[in-house]
Design a protein around this ligand. Structure first.
Ligand SMILES: Cc1cc2nc3c(=O)[nH]c(=O)nc-3n(C[C@H](O)[C@H](O)[C@H](O)COP(=O)(O)O)c2cc1C
Length: 330
């Protein structure tokens, strides 16, 4: 294991972790999750190949705020040298606290190229990738994988990864074949966690404080993905904080929208395009509205502000939200 114990130190605080989500865990959302106490927050997955080939889109996805707190960048790829090189580029550019290898993505486009969850069928190669990252980049390297049909195979995979130098393994408690169907099988995660010395983080279907505490007591770290969408305060709620009321939710939603537009402006999106990209996030925040038809017409921050102020009887101003401390690293 790496001598730098970012992961083990963080896990001692018993806080949930923002799981990587393509299309969602960008810098503004990671910032919000961090502000409600997520132990760390993982970026969307970044293509090692795109990065090494100088494709800027890969960098855009990983792009982080200056001095972003507790940043973990997830990489996908299958060539050990290339992934290690990508890791080095990311490390130099963003100084993440750790790098995470994606071994769980079940999407056809990724697995047909032997990456993501298909690496679980090539455990020796997966271990080689981890080892080459460990040797190249001087920060902890983790892996995020899934369950396999036979827990014996999962057992040997995680032992191989530990031997290769992984500092932590996160496991989505479903098989790749299941994608997102069925229930997450946490019993398997508990069993697997007893087979290695490095920390195991479980992921899948956690929404309540009771579940969080139950698995936390069993020594697992807990990742939250979908339950955080439109609810970044869940990281505080899981530790007993009161849920925000609807007015407060509307304010958090607006703050997210302002951060989002400021962020995407830097990569050339105008406010209208940024607000289009924000639509699914807006719906997630305001899911409780009976009539969501008005949300369809919101295409600027000012529209959103006016809608929120009139619907929730608030007086929010855009200038209430301070985006200055959050500068882009690019
Ligand atoms: C929209 C979306 C995007 C995701 N993207 C990634 C990803 O890029 N990398 C990854 O390892 N897992 C990804 N996941 C899986 C999640 O990190 C998590 O393991 C899974 O959703 C189960 O947790 P949940 O029940 O808390 O959502 C994604 C999940 C969703 C819903």
């Amino acid at each position: 294991m790496h001598e730098n114990n970012f992961y083990t130190e963080k896990l001692k605080q018993k806080q949930a972790i923002l799981a990587p989500m393509a299309g969602y865990t960008d810098a503004p959302f990671r910032y919000l999750a961090n502000s409600y106490g997520s132990a760390w927050a993982v970026t969307e997955m970044v293509s090692a190949k795109a990065l090494v080939n100088g494709n800027l889109q890969g960098i855009e996805i990983a792009a982080a705020y200056k001095n972003e707190k507790d940043l973990v960048i997830q990489i996908y790829g299958r060539e050990p040298e290339l992934v290690a090189e990508a890791g080095q580029i990311l490390f130099e550019k963003y100084q993440p606290k750790a790098l995470d290898l994606n071994m769980g993505c079940p999407v056809k486009k990724i697995i047909s190229k032997g990456m993501g969850s298909s690496l679980m069928q090539e455990p020796e190669l997966a271990a080689k990738i981890v080892n080459s990252l460990v040797n190249k980049v001087n920060i902890p390297i983790s892996v995020k994988m899934r369950l396999t049909y036979k827990d014996k195979a999962a057992a040997s995979i995680i032992q191989g990864l530990e031997d290769a130098g992984a500092s932590l393994i996160a496991i989505h408690a479903r098989t790749a074949e299941q994608k997102y169907t069925g229930k997450a099988n946490w019993q398997e995660i508990v069993k697997l966690s007893k087979l290695v010395k490095i920390p195991i983080v479980g992921s899948g279907d956690i929404t309540s404080q009771a579940e969080f505490e139950n698995y936390s007591k069993q020594g697992l770290g807990i990742m939250i993905a979908r339950a955080s969408l439109g609810k970044p305060w869940i990281f505080a709620s899981l530790r007993g904080a009161a849920e925000p009321d609807k007015k407060e939710i509307a304010k958090i939603c607006f703050k997210h929208a302002v951060l989002h537009c400021a962020w995407y402006q830097n990569i050339g999106l105008n406010e209208k395009q940024s607000m289009q990209k924000f639509r699914s996030k807006l719906l997630a925040y305001l899911v409780f509205l009976e009539d969501k038809s008005e949300l369809r017409h919101i295409d600027s921050l000012d529209n959103l502000r006016q809608f929120i102020n009139s619907y929730f009887n608030l007086e929010i101003q855009e200038s209430d939200i301070n985006t200055k401390p959050m500068q882009r690293e690019l």
